[in-house]
Design a binder for this molecule. Structure first.
Ligand code: 0A1
Ligand code: ZN
Length: 897
C-alpha cells in the first residue's frame, strides 16, 4: 500500500537484463503459515563492465544471501522495499538466497497463497517476486529444478512444472517431490500446487507418436465434473496439431482447479491453474454457456503453450503478442467446434454465432475502454501497474488485429507467417514488431511490392476508428463508386500527450457485399470475391485517409452489406434508410452482417426514442423479426441472437451524453412491445423448442441453441404480459432437467417475473444448491443483475453467509454484477457510493480485483449531468483515501485527469 504517485514505466526505456540466468534451483519448504524458500541462481554477466545485480522481491523476509557459497553481511548488499541489489565481482557466479513468505496472510492471490486447504501460486505478471528474490521479468528465461517439501497428510500431492524426477518420504511426517522443467521459461510461468486433490487422467498419443499423460485435478467430490474439461483439452491438442501443426512438447500436461483465483486461468508451463468456474461442469450445475466458456478457456491456456510459452514476451508492453494471438486462436478453435460436421452455409452460420458473441463482447467491454480515460493501444506506451493492462484492448482488440492479418494474408498466408514466426523465434522472448515482421515476410511473398507498414499503426494507436461510407450509383454507366474515409481522433492517454499524438491512417480491411433491391448477390464485372468471405464478398483495403473504388456492371442501385464478418474493429458510419437494413436482415448472404443489420435497425429505434424522444413506431422491426422468426433455414442458436435486442450496456455507450436510465427504460419498453406484438411467434417457438425430457443433456450447439431460443421466447412472453407466462416460467424452472433450462427460467423471472414467483424461485434455488459455491454464484449473479435489485438489496446479499469479499468469484457475482450489469440501479448517487465503498474494501484485500471494480464507471465524464456529479464525488472519495494500492491509484487518477 502506498500514498505517493506510483512511477510510470515507459516502453522506450526497455533495457536488456545484464545477466543470463541459465539455471535456477528452488527449494520450497511449504507451510501455510511460513514457507521457506531457498533459491540458487547461476548467473553469467553479459557485458564486460561490472554492473549491479538487481533482484525484485515483495512481502518477503530475507534470511541470508550468499555468492558462490560465501555469506554476505548486511553491508555487502542493499535491501530496499521491493529491491535487493548485489554487487558480484565475477563474470560467472552463483547466488543463494533464503527467504520466507506467508501464504495464509496473502489475500492478494498473487505469489504463493492458500485456497481452501491447498496451496497455489500465481506469478503472472509480477507474482514470482512474492515467492523469492529474483529478476522477475519475462526476458530472463531459465531452466528450473524445483524441490517441494511439505506435510504428507496435509499436502499429499506436490506439483510443479515439467517432469517429476523423484519423490521420497522425509521420515518426519513430511515428504518431498523434485520437478524439472526441460524448457527454459520466464518466472511468470512458474507454478507450484500442493494439496489433496482428485485426479482424472488420460494418456494420448501425439501426432508424432509420443505418449503424453493428461491430468485434471479438482477437489475431492468434484471429479465427476471434470469429464468435459478433459474432453476439451484433448480436442484442443488435436486442433492445434491439425490447424497449425503445433504439438504438445511435454510428457505431462496438468490442469488444477482453484476455488480462489483472480482471473479465468493461467498457462503455467505444463501446470495450468484454473479458476474452478472454468473447469467444473456437469449437466445439473453448468449452463450451455459455461460448457462453451470452459472449452474456450481450456483451449486458450493450452494454445499459450506455443503462443506465449515457447515464444514469450520480451517485456510487458508486448503482452498482446501472446494474448491477442492466443485469443484469436481460441476463437477459431471455438468456431471450428461449433461448425464441426457442417458444410457450406450451415457451417458459416454456426461460425457466425461465435463471431456475433465475440463482437458483442468487444462492443460491451472494449469499445467503451477505447472511448474512455484508460484507452491505450494494444501495445501500450506506458503503465504504472501492469496488472491493470490485462484489458479488453490487449486481449480482444489484440485478437481483432491478428484476425485482420489473417484476412489480409488469407488462411494459408497467415499460416505461412506463423510458421515463419516460430522458425525465427522459438525459445525466445520477443516483441510485437517481431511478430508482424514474420507475417510481413509471408505477405510480401504473396503481394510483391506491398508491405504491412501502414498496418503496423494498429499497434500504436488507441481509440476505435470510424469509417464513413458513401456510395454513388450511375445507372447509365452501370457503375457504383464506394468511398471510404477513416478517422481516429486522440483517445484516452493520447489526449494527455503534449504535443498531441499524430495518428496516421490505418490499413483497414473492409469486407463488403452488394445486394440487388430484392436481396440477391450482385457481383460486379471482373470483381474477385474474397476467399474467406460469404458469397459475393469483396475486400476493400483502406490504407489512406480517404479512398474510392468503382465497380462496373452494376445495373441497379445496390444495397451495401458492410463490414462483413466484422472484418475490422471499427465503427461504420453510413446514413441509409431503415428499409435497407430490413432487406439486409432478411437476405444478406453473410450471416454476421445479416445479424448486424437487424441490430442496427434496433439500435436506431432505441437511440431515436432515448435521444430525440421520438416515439418511432417499431413496425419495421416487428415485421422483420416476424419474418425471421419463421425462417426455418436459420439455426435456433443463430435465431436466438437475431431476435435479441442489443445489450443495454452497448446502447448506453452510444448515447451522448450517456443516459443509462433512459436506455434501460426504453430497452424494457421495447422488449415489452416485442413481447406483445410478436406473441404468437413466441408461443410457437416456446412450444417448438421444447426438449424431450427423456433425452439426456448434451451441450452440442443445436441442443444449446434450442434451449437459448426457448428461454428467449419465455422472456418475451413474460415481458409482453402473456397471461400464462408466469405459470409457464415456474413450470419451466421446476421441470428443468439441467442447469441451462433452469437458469433460462430463473433469468427470465429475475428480469420480468412477478415478485412472489421470483422470490419463490430464488428460495427454491438456494435450498437446492446452497452447498455448491459455483452454483451459488449464479444465484447471487442473477439477483444482483435483476432490475428489481437496488442498493439496499445488494447490500443485503453481501450480508448473506455464503458471501465473502475474499473470494473473487463471490465478489464478481454480487458486486461486479450489480455495478456493471444492473445499470438501472447502479447509476445513481447511492449506487456510486456503494461502488466506492466496495472498491476501498476490496483494495485492502486484493488490489487487482479492486482495480477492476474501480473501472466500472470509467466513462463517468460523459454521463448526463445529474449523474456526473455524484460519480465524481465517489471517485474523489476513493482518490482521497489515505492508503491506495498502486493498482487502484493508477485507475482513479487516470479517471479524474
Ligand atoms: N495469462 C492468463 C491471464 C492471467 C493474468 C494474470 C493473472 O494473475 C492474476 C492470472 C491470469 C491468460 O491469458 O489466461
Ligand atoms: Zn492468455
Amino acid at each position: 500500500m502506498r500514498t505517493d504517485t506510483p512511477p510510470t514505466i515507459s516502453r522506450h526505456d526497455y533495457q536488456p537484463f545484464p545477466y543470463a540466468l541459465p539455471e535456477v534451483a528452488l527449494q520450497l519448504e511449504l507451510d501455510a503459515a511460513r514457507t521457506r524458500v531457498t533459491t540458487r541462481m547461476s548467473f553469467e554477466r553479459a557485458a564486460g563492465e561490472l554492473v549491479p545485480l538487481v533482484l525484485n522481491g515483495q512481502d518477503l523476509s530475507l534470511e541470508s544471501v550468499a555468492i558462490d557459497g560465501v555469506p554476505l553481511g548486511p553491508d555487502a548488499y542493499e535491501l530496499h522495499d521491493e529491491m535487493l541489489v548485489l554487487h558480484p565481482q565475477a563474470r560467472r557466479f552463483t547466488v543463494e538466497i533464503v527467504s520466507t513468505c506467508c501464504p495464509e496472510a496473502n489475500s492478494t492471490l498473487m505469489g504463493l497463497y492458500v485456497s481452501g486447504r491447498h496451496l497455489f501460486t500465481q506469478c503472472e505478471a509480477e507474482g514470482f517476486r512474492r515467492i523469492t528474490w529474483f529478476p522477475d521479468r519475462p526476458d530472463v528465461m531459465a531452466r528450473y529444478r524445483v524441490t517441494l517439501q511439505a506435510d504428507t497428510a496435509h499436502y499429499p500431492l506436490l506439483l510443479s512444472n515439467g517432469n517429476l524426477l523423484s519423490q521420497r518420504d522425509l521420515g518426519d511426517g513430511r515428504h518431498e517431490a523434485v520437478w524439472e522443467d526441460p524448457h527454459p521459461k520466464p518466472s511468470y510461468l512458474f507454478a507450484v500446487v500442493a494439496g489433496d486433490f482428485a485426479c482424472r487422467e488420460e494418456r494420448i498419443t501425439t501426432r508424432s507418436g509420443r505418449e503424453v499423460l493428461l491430468q485434471v485435478y479438482s477437489d475431492h467430490g468434484a471429479e465427476n465434473r471434470t469429464e468435459w474439461a478433459m474432453d476439451c483439452l484433448i480436442r484442443a491438442i488435436r486442433w492445434d496439431e491439425a490447424r497449425y501443426d503445433l504439438e504438445l512438447d511435454l510428457d505431462r500436461f496438468m490442469i488444477v482447479a482453484a476455488r480462489d483465483f483472480n482471473m479465468g486461468a493461467m498457462e503455467n508451463k505444463g501446470l495450468n491453474v484454473f479458476n474452478s468456474a472454468y473447469v467444473l461442469a456437469d449437466p445439473a450445475t453448468a449452463t450451455d454457456a459455461t460448457y462453451r466458456a470452459i472449452e474456450a478457456v481450456i483451449g486458450h491456456e493450452y494454445f499459450h503453450n506455443w503462443t506465449g510459452n515457447r515464444v514469450t514476451c520480451r517485456d510487458w508492453f508486448q503482452l498482446s503478442l501472446k494474448e491477442g494471438l492466443t485469443v484469436f486462436r481460441d476463437q477459431e478453435f471455438s468456431a471450428d467446434m461449433l461448425a464441426h460436421g457442417l458444410q457450406g452455409a450451415a457451417a458459416a452460420s454456426a461460425r457466425a454465432v461465435k463471431r456475433i458473441d465475440d463482437v458483442s463482447a468487444l462492443r460491451i467491454a472494449q469499445f467503451p475502454e477505447d472511448a474512455g480515460p484508460m484507452a491505450h493501444p494494444i501495445r501500450p506506451e506506458s503503465y504504472q501497474e501492469i496488472a491493470n493492462f490485462y484489458t479488453a484492448t490487449i486481449y480482444e482488440k489484440g485478437a481483432e488485429v491478428i484476425r485482420m492479418q489473417q484476412t489480409l494474408l488469407g488462411r494459408e498466408g497467415f499460416r505461412e507467417g506463423l510458421d515463419e514466426y516460430f522458425r525465427r523465434h522459438d525459445g525466445q522472448a520477443v516483441t510485437c514488431d517481431d511478430f508482424i515482421a514474420a507475417m510481413e515476410s509471408a505477405y510480401i511473398r504473396r503481394n510483391p511490392g506491398r508491405d504491412l507498414q501502414v498496418f503496423r499503426h494498429w499497434y500504436s494507436q488507441a481509440g476505435t476508428p470510424r469509417v464513413t461510407v458513401r456510395m454513388q450509383h450511375d445507372p447509365q454507366a452501370q457503375t457504383c463508386t464506394i468511398s471510404l474515409s477513416q478517422s481516429n481522433p486522440p483517445a484516452g492517454i493520447e489526449l494527455l500527450q503534449n504535443p498531441p499524438a499524430t495518428k496516421p491512417p490505418l490499413h483497414i480491411p473492409v469486407a463488403i457485399g452488394l445486394l440487388s433491391p430484392t436481396g440477391a448477390v450482385v457481383l460486379p464485372q471482373g470483381a474477385q470475391p474474397h476467399p474467406l468471405g460469404a458469397p459475393g464478398t469483396l475486400l476493400l483495403e483502406l490504407t489512406e485517409a480517404e479512398q474510392s473504388w468503382t465497380f462496373h456492371g452494376v445495373a441497379e442501385r445496390p444495397v451495401l452489406s458492410l463490414l462483413r464478418d466484422f472484418s475490422a474493429p471499427v465503427i461504420i458510419d453510413y446514413a441509409r434508410p431503415d428499409t435497407e437494413l430490413a432487406l439486409l436482415a432478411r437476405h444478406d448472404s453473410d450471416p454476421f452482417a445479416r445479424w448486424e443489420a437487424g441490430q442496427e435497425l434496433a439500435r436506431g429505434l432505441v437511440l431515436g426514442r432515448v435521444q430525440a424522444q421520438l416515439n418511432t413506431a417499431a413496425d419495421l422491426l416487428c415485421d422483420t423479426w416476424a419474418a425471421l422468426a419463421q425462417d426455418t433455414a436459420l439455426s435456433p442458436a443463430y435465431l436466438a441472437r437475431v431476435l435479441t435486442l442489443p445489450a443495454q450496456r452497448e446502447l448506453i455507450e452510444l448515447t451522448t451524453p450517456m443516459e443509462p436510465q433512459a436506455v434501460v427504460q426504453v430497452h424494457r419498453a421495447l422488449t415489452q412491445e416485442l413481447g406483445g406484438r410478436l406473441q404468437d411467434h413466441w408461443v410457437r417457438l416456446y412450444g417448438a423448442m421444447a426438449d424431450d425430457p427423456a433425452t439426456p443433456y448434451s451441450p452440442d450447439p443445436d441442443s444449446a441453441g434450442r434451449r437459448a431460443l426457448r428461454a428467449l421466447a419465455l422472456t418475451y412472453l413474460l415481458a409482453g404480459g402473456h397471461p400464462q407466462a408466469a405459470q409457464w416460467a415456474m413450470q419451466h424452472y421446476e421441470a428443468a432437467t439441467n442447469m441451462s433450462e433452469r437458469m433460462g427460467a430463473l433469468n427470465a423471472l429475475a428480469t420480468w417475473g412477478p415478485e412472489e414467483v421470483r422470490t419463490a424461485a430464488y428460495q427454491h434455488f438456494y435450498d437446492m444448491w446452497q452447498d455448491d459455491p459455483l452454483v451459488i454464484d449464479r444465484w447471487f449473479s442473477v439477483q444482483a443483475a435483476s432490475p428489481f435489485t437496488g442498493v439496499g438489496e445488494v447490500q443485503a446479499l453481501m450480508l448473506h453467509p455464503a458471501f465473502s469479499l475474499r473470494n473473487p468469484n463471490r465478489a464478481r457475482s454480487v458486486i461486479f454484477q450489480f455495478c456493471m450489469n444492473n445499470p438501472g440501479n447502479a447509476h445513481s448517487a447511492a449506487g456510486y457510493a456503494f461502488w466506492a465503498d466496495q472498491v476501498l474494501a476490496l483494495d485492502a484485500l486484493n488490489p487487482e480485483i479492486a482495480a477492476r471494480l474501480a473501472r466500472a464507471f470509467d466513462n463517468w465524464a460523459r454521463y448526463t449531468p445529474a449523474l456526473r456529479e455524484p460519480a465524481r464525488e465517489a471517485l474523489q472519495r476513493i482518490v482521497q483515501h489515505p492508503t491506495l494500492s498502486r493498482n487502484v491509484a493508477e485507475i482513479v487518477n487516470k479517471s479524474l485527469s
